[in-house]
Design a binder for this molecule. Structure first.
Ligand code: DGP
Length: 111
């Protein structure tokens, strides 16, 4: 998607502080952190939101979620972390490219 910020990050057109990368997934620090450690895990292929996922996205969704604890550990979040997937307008999704927020490094507000 040519006008998608996260697709531009994947393409290297917008710089990011990378946490992890493989063929299908990229993780990078959030530009506007809401916790001492705050990074995003995204599929490289454009997927607008959780709302647009179907059974064909099972593998990539599993990979995004399984990377969360692995990367959280690597980022030093030994006491736990929070994962958030904002979906749609009411869910507060600002960037319409599926992403998993991983936050930690302090005691975070309970939801
Ligand atoms: P959401 O509300 O779930 O769509 O959150 C989008 C997040 O993306 C928000 O926390 C800020 C982050 N973000 C937006 N633009 C950029 C960017 O250009 N670079 C980085 N690293 N993060 C961004």
């Amino acid at each position: 998607m040519s006008d998608c910020i996260f697709c531009k990050i994947v393409a290297g057109e917008i710089p990011s502080r990378k946490v992890y990368e493989d063929e299908d997934v990229l993780a990078f620090h959030d530009v506007n952190p809401a916790a001492p450690v705050h990074f995003l895990i995204i599929p490289k292929r454009h997927v607008a939101s959780l709302e647009t996922c179907d059974s064909g996205h099972r593998d990539i969704l599993g990979r995004l979620l399984l990377l969360a604890p692995k990367l959280a550990r690597e980022q030093g979040l030994a006491n736990g972390f929070k994962t958030v997937i904002n979906t749609g307008v009411d869910g507060g999704q600002l960037v319409m490219h599926l992403h998993v927020h991983v936050l930690g490094g302090s005691k975070l507000q309970h939801v």
